[in-house]
Write a protein that binds this ligand. Structure first.
Ligand code: SAM
Length: 497
């Protein structure tokens, strides 16, 4: 069966209403589908194993029809589809670009699935079928990177929000829950049509603008900008519009980082995903730092590092290519040659948080290569609050006058090394059990000081007590502990009481 990608999705308000009615009636929602399938078949489907889901939907009524048609890629008979989609007719669904008439009934022409960030409330998202992954203008659904950015986005309520490179519209959907007005842009007509249909289906009012990068919002400012841009570094070409910027290496990200802050309101925050090159003889944090314009607080967190072979393999696999096919090998060869020529040793991937500020900017570029346990969104909000607090307590005197407490759950870990006389203490660290699970090695005075950080006494008084107990000059202890205290506040191990 060939894919007819000639029709761009278009949902009239009436068709969108009708489809919403049908989906709500049959409980074609994340909760409804999970209940119908049961945990085992649901998990199997997540792994791409469809048979358990087929079995679970046998007696599933209208919902079973919708799951087989839209999630399992099955052909369903006309009468069953007509009753599951009513009041929308199958012919109208086909005219809207959602279904194709095939022998034996109807098949999905697009991926149309429920999506939710929490139980009990959600949306429906339209994207291209996976089978069309090789197409240059393929519109991806909610994938790993989409979820990574969504989980890392600060959801503090804001007035205006821009989603740059909206694709199927997933970031904008989240944004409608915490932003007064949402604008979404894309350069690809197919993505714009998909996003428009997603927003219509969910009855959401999102302003859609057409054009590359920041051109569609020239002269405008936003309280928040989110973007999961085409960030995959390689030679200057576009094989897939969702992935390739058309500019060489990380040039497009560099330009975006330089240009975005001018589109932020004072205090406004941009959050994006990105990839940067590790170039032989160059320090990657310096490279990323050099892109920042003045007047921007920045937190740049590297989550993954891949060597060139891993990078190319990952993205070719992601595109569903046969890695042994001559054309795939030729593409990999050209990609690896380009990285050799550019002296690229590795490719980093991570989060960029940029905040427009009139204060002397704080820029932190760091690694967070392990697993994180919770969504990073609240972490971003508290990192920004921490920067404000540290700025307000910029002098040692101000910091020493503050009351701080260890965050709930923080523990002190000690370890020892074996030696001729048994175990010998080798170090101590304080660690957070949650979120990014930051862990900082601390020396004995710092550990003792932290033990006293219970919010009751100002830090300066704790230092005095410690100096007295250890018979050391207080000034020496201040110099030894204050920089560590600042880092611990930034990473949320110490919180203002
Ligand atoms: C990685 S996808 C992200 C889609 C969606 N926002 C998400 O989070 O899943 C990147 C999107 O950027 C769009 N895009 C590519 N080049 C662009 C450009 N120069 N300006 C604006 N958008 C662009 C693509 O069409 C695609 O929809």
């Amino acid at each position: 069966m060939g894919l007819d990608r000639g029709v761009l999705p278009h949902l009239s308000p009436a068709a969108a209403d009708a489809l919403r009615t049908a989906f709500s009636r049959s409980r074609y929602t994340t909760d409804g589908v999970r209940e119908l399938l049961g945990n085992s078949a649901h998990a199997a489907l997540g792994r791409g194993e469809v048979e358990p889901a087929h079995r679970a939907t046998r007696d599933g009524g209208e919902l079973g029809v919708l799951v087989r048609l839209l999630l399992l890629g099955a052909v369903e008979p006309d009468a069953a589809v007509a009753s599951a989609l009513a009041p929308l007719t199958p012919a109208d669904a086909a005219a809207a670009g959602l279904l194709r008439a095939v022998e034996g009934g109807w098949a999905a022409a697009l991926d149309l699935r429920p999506y939710a960030e929490e139980e009990g409330s959600g949306w429906w998202v339209l994207s291209d079928l996976d089978a069309g992954r090789h197409e240059r203008d393929h519109v991806t659904g909610v994938g790993g990177a989409s979820l990574t950015l969504a989980a890392a986005t600060d959801r503090t309520p804001v007035g205006t929000l821009l989603d740059l490179g909206t694709g199927c519209g997933v970031q904008a959907l989240h944004a409608t829950r915490h932003a007064g007005a949402v604008t979404a842009t894309d350069v690809a007509p197919r993505a714009l049509a998909m996003a428009a249909a997603t927003f219509a289906l969910n009855g959401l009012d999102v302003e859609l603008r057409d054009g590359p990068w920041l051109e569609p919002v020239a002269g405008r400012r936003f309280d928040r900008i989110v973007s999961n841009p085409p960030f995959v570094p390689g030679p200057a070409r576009v094989d897939y519009v969702y992935r390739d910027s058309g500019r060489a290496g990380d040039d497009a990200l560099a330009a975006l980082v330089a240009d975005l802050p001018a589109h932020l309101e004072p205090g406004g925050v941009a959050q994006l995903l990105g990839s940067w090159l590790h170039v032989r003889g160059e320090d990657w944090p310096d490279r990323v730092r050099s892109w920042l314009p003045p007047g921007v607080d920045a937190w740049i967190v590297q989550r993954e590092v891949a060597d060139p072979a891993m990078h190319v393999g990952t993205w070719q696999r992601d595109a569903g290519l046969d890695l042994t096919a001559p054309a795939t090998r030729a593409q990999a060869g050209a990609w690896l040659d380009w990285m050799d020529a550019e002296r690229v040793e590795a490719i980093g991937f991570g989060h960029l948080v940029l905040r427009r500020t009139d204060e002397p900017p704080v820029v932190v570029v760091e690694d967070l290569l392990g697993e994180v346990t919770d969504p990073l969104g609240p972490e971003v909000a508290s990192w920004l609050r921490g920067v404000d607090w540290l700025r307000a307590h910029g002098s040692d005197d101000a910091l020493l006058g503050a009351r701080l407490a260890l965050a709930p759950g923080v523990v002190l870990e000690s370890w020892a090394e074996p030696g001729d006389d048994g175990w010998t203490a080798a170090g101590t660290a304080v660690a957070r059990p949650d979120g990014p699970r930051w862990r900082h090695e601390v020396d004995e005075p710092a550990a003792a000081l932290l033990a006293g950080c219970r919010g009751a006494l100002p830090l300066g008084e704790l230092v005095e007590l410690l100096a007295f107990a250890h018979d050391r000059p207080a000034g020496e202890l201040v110099a030894a502990t204050v920089p560590a205290v600042r880092e611990l506040v930034r990473h949320g191990l110490l919180v203002p009481a």
